[in-house]
Design a protein around this ligand. Sequence first.
Ligand SMILES: [Zn+2]
Ligand SMILES: [Zn+2]
Length: 225
Amino acid sequence: MSQLHTFTFNAFGEQTYLLDHGDGAATVFDPGMSTMEERERFSMRCVELGVEIVQCLLTHAHLDHVMGVAWVFEKWGVLPRLHPTDDVTWEQAPKAAQLYGVSMDVLPERGLDLEEHGSWVVCGTHRLELRCAPGHSAGHVVFVNHEQGWVIGGDVLFQGSVGRTDLPGGDGAVLAASIENQLFSLPDAFEVWPGHGPSTTVGSEKTSNPYVNAQGTGMLQREGV
Ligand SMILES: [Zn+2]
Ligand SMILES: [Zn+2]
């Protein structure tokens, strides 16, 4: 995917994504750059690509996904957009940073709230469908590019695993339903770009993911979804 660029940032190995609009503008998803070196690496890449960040979108507001939002705002004047049902996660992020003993910049204001499930987010010529996919956090969303067949998936579905559900707002049954209804409803060839680890496809997770698989033997399915 030549227009989608990936970065691995911060102590949590979080995946930040940059979508090149193709016209000198770009959207950043889940900016997790936390050190000067990581920020330098990201901005050098923007220079190489010849893009300015014009939009900042969040799948959810866990601290590893928002560690770079203040810097993105300082550098490009762009405020992060979050689904309002994830407000509580956003509010808890600074406290979570304290608990984990990691330093985090003071969070900026937020931009316009993301709209409802099924709405569209415009990134230049790309149109992404917003789907609510709670369970890992209360207001988690994923962004689906139907034309190109990929998803910015955050911490819902990973290669061979699923998002943790033991944090505030997490719920295993709700997560399994989100995976089933919002991700497994997409064509098998769709590529899922997660918040941690390598990309995968809907089809391969359907058949091989031990937590939620099509055979109905998955752990989350046994928990009653
Ligand atoms: Zn998370
Ligand atoms: Zn994460």
